[in-house]
Design a protein around this ligand. Structure first.
Ligand SMILES: [Zn+2]
Length: 191
């Protein structure tokens, strides 16, 4: 990610929100675990009801504000505060380099990869190799609806407990898609 471009995009998005309210001001600069990861500006903050994970996702046209607090689905005062924090002090954010899965050699790297990649990205890849979300869900004993809500939760920085395991299952399917599809066709023919 180009930091200057990110700043421009975040600044542009902030214009909609007008001036800095007292509610926002309380949180500016209070963020920790500041990271730039996978096109996201990400940090945590202590709110009224515990710790929130707040993110600004840089898209092609706009920046998506998301927070794990109860109002943060499409942005909240925590997101606006994070945006101001990033504009003021972008250097305090740690840049997490892309973790590729070809380089995974141990469990620590596997953990890092599973943390880096989103379930949404993996499901898109799975689809591109010919396996639908529904087929995947059936194979692992869950429903497509459940997977959709797990994906949506992750986008909101709410992490489902078995998220890593689902990602890993998805990964196995991606890597073995060709084999699976071939034998599926065969078994259908012989039926
Ligand atoms: Zn929030």
């Amino acid at each position: 990610m180009d930091i200057e471009q990110a700043k421009k995009a975040v600044g542009k998005e902030l214009r909609v929100y007008g001036g800095i309210s007292e509610k926002v001001n309380r949180y500016i600069g209070k963020f920790y675990q500041r990271q730039i990861k996978n096109e996201r500006i990400l940090a945590k903050v202590k709110g009224n009801y515990g710790e929130y994970t707040v993110s600004l996702k840089l898209g092609e046209r706009r920046v998506d504000f998301n927070c794990s607090c109860y109002i943060g689905k499409h942005g909240c005062h925590h997101c606006v505060a994070l945006a101001h924090t990033f504009l003021k002090d972008s250097e305090s954010f740690e840049l997490i380099n892309e973790v590729g899965r070809s380089g995974i050699k141990n469990l620590e790297q596997l953990g890092k990869y599973l943390d880096y990649v989103t379930l949404g990205e993996l499901m898109d890849e799975l689809k591109s190799v010919g396996i639908s979300q529904k087929e995947f869900a059936e194979a692992v004993g869950t429903s497509s609806q459940h997977l959709s809500s797990v994906k949506a939760s992750e986008a909101r920085n709410r992490f489902f407990k078995g998220l890593g395991a689902i990602k890993l299952a998805c990964l196995w399917m991606i890597e073995n898609a060709k084999k699976i599809k071939k034998s599926d066709k065969k078994s259908k023919k012989t039926k």
